[in-house]
Design a protein around this ligand. Structure first.
Ligand code: EPU
Length: 443
């Protein structure tokens, strides 16, 4: 395969990373808290008038957006140390998160359930977030309505209300992480008897269940994908049930961990991950081991990823709901496979055809990719340096991995996307031996 060298994209005014790639990563990286777990925990803090303290919160862009929304709703917050966040909403001052902020990220839609639970009403515009296809909210609405809430849409704004305790049985047509969390948030405080079937059971959903339980919600898990919420043990103060304050430590970010694993593998390096939950990573660990990467536990929360000895083998991988291979690691996985000689096949059943916006940028590095619908065929081989722009957060991770693996100087722009989900990446990549500097203009 001959690496394709293309001129810089037109978005050179964007900030970028200059990456001198081709050297194996080598070192230890401490994995941070998961953004996708932290955001719903922050929304859950609205369900009580007592303080909620969250530890190991990643200070990424999406967390800052959520803080700005919460401040508008009446939450007082402060960082107690670099990653401990104290949130306190003695009184709600608004039930309408500002549209301009809601449009910045998908997770803001989970405030619908949280506000319904706290105030009995909410007003929210259709959320924004990464462009991964239509991303409908029909299942969120179906769940809230099945529990007895009224949700009407007027000119792109959803108005949700409920008067009585929420009761009902919901069967999700598709497993949805955000839809499940929205229903849990609404029912945790205001539910009397709610059953959620075919619910999502991603670790980031279970982390929310854990916090809600410690705030006083009564939630049983019945079988694999069913939750039952009851009013048992819950305190009623004033005219509405209230949960109490609590403290939680955000779970380790399995997607960040997986990204470092794949970067180590793509550069044929060795990285030790510190602070991970290996049980959340079985699918990526299994697939990398199948490819020939050596993965060893080094003690509690420590994993060694060693790809120095090779040779590596191509893979067939299907991204699906947990405990399957995570869709958020599908783009970084393809970038790794683009470095592995032979033919790999990758399929994404979660976002289907919509999670392949990174293929164009990856081809700039010389990757041979054959895309049809929800599948991509990868003919792996050596990559060459290139300039590429990240269209979304995980696409950004894929492009960075290609840049780290490709000998020569690459420029990766689109940092606004990457920084939505990865904290302090340049410093942490340098700590594992990457040569990378930040460019203010992308040139
Ligand atoms: N879906 C529907 N109707 C709905 C909701 C979802 O058809 O009402 C479909 C979606 O279109 C998609 C599938 O169901 O095809 C799964 O979507 P889901 O609702 O599970 O995803 P999400 O809640 O919007 C979260 C993460 C995503 C992650 C997905 C899947 C957060 C803030 N976001 O999104 O994270 O990809 O679950 O695991 O937790 C990322 O971090 O890069 C990211 C996109």
């Amino acid at each position: 395969m001959s690496p394709v060298r293309t001129p810089a994209p037109t978005a050179t005014a964007d900030r970028g990373y200059l990456v001198s790639g081709g050297a194996p990563l080598d070192g230890t990286v401490s994995v941070g808290g998961a953004k996708n777990a932290a955001l719903p925990l922050m929304a859950a803090s609205l369900l009580t008038d007592e303080p909620v303290t969250l530890q190991r919160v990643p200070r990424v862009r999406d967390v800052e957006v959520m803080l700005a929304i919460l401040a508008h709703l009446g939450t007082r917050w402060r960082w107690d140390d670099p990653d401990t966040l104290r949130l306190h909403t003695p009184e709600l001052v608004s039930i309408a998160p500002p549209p301009a902020l809601v449009l910045k990220m998908r997770a803001s839609f989970e405030l619908l359930g949280a506000l319904l639970g706290r105030a009995g009403e909410a007003e929210l515009v259709m959320p924004g977030g990464d462009a991964l296809g239509p991303r409908p909210v029909d299942q969120h609405l179906k769940a809230l309505r099945a529990m007895g809430a009224s949700v009407v849409e007027r000119g792109g704004t959803f108005l949700a209300t409920h008067r009585n305790p929420l009761r009902g049985q919901v069967r999700f047509d598709v497993q949805t992480v955000g839809g499940t969390r929205n229903a849990l948030l609404a029912a945790a405080a205001a539910g009397e008897e709610v059953v959620l079937e075919n619910a999502s059971t991603e670790p980031e959903v279970l982390a929310l269940v854990d916090l809600l339980r410690s705030m006083g919600a009564h939630i049983d898990r019945l079988g694999d994908a069913t939750f039952r919420l009851t009013a048992r043990r819950r305190e009623v103060r004033g005219d509405r049930p209230r949960l109490r304050g609590a403290c939680a430590r955000v779970i380790a970010d399995r997607i960040e961990a997986g990204t470092f694993m794949l970067a180590a593998a793509a550069t044929r390096g060795r990285v030790v991950l510190d602070g991970v939950v290996p049980g959340h990573l079985w699918a990526p660990i299994g697939k990398l081991a199948q490819a020939g990467v050596v993965i060893r536990p080094l003690g509690p929360g420590r994993l060694e990823i060693d790809a120095r000895r090779g040779p590596l083998r191509p893979l067939e991988v299907v991204a699906r709901e947990y405990p399957g291979f995570p869709t958020d690691l599908q783009p970084p996985l393809t970038a790794f496979l683009a470095t592995v000689p032979g033919e790999s096949r990758v399929r994404d059943t979660v976002f289907g055809e919509y999670r392949f916006a990174y293929l164009g940028p990856l081809r700039r590095f010389g990757a041979e990719l054959d895309h049809a619908a929800d599948r991509v065929g990868v003919r792996g081989g050596p990559l060459g340096a290139a300039h590429a722009h990240a269209p979304d957060v995980r696409a950004g991770a894929a492009i960075l991995i290609a840049a780290l693996a490709a000998p020569g100087d690459s420029v990766v722009t689109g940092l606004d996307h990457i920084e939505r989900g990865y904290f302090d990446l340049p410093r942490r990549l340098r700590a594992v031996g990457a040569t990378l500097i930040e460019l203010s203009s992308g040139r």
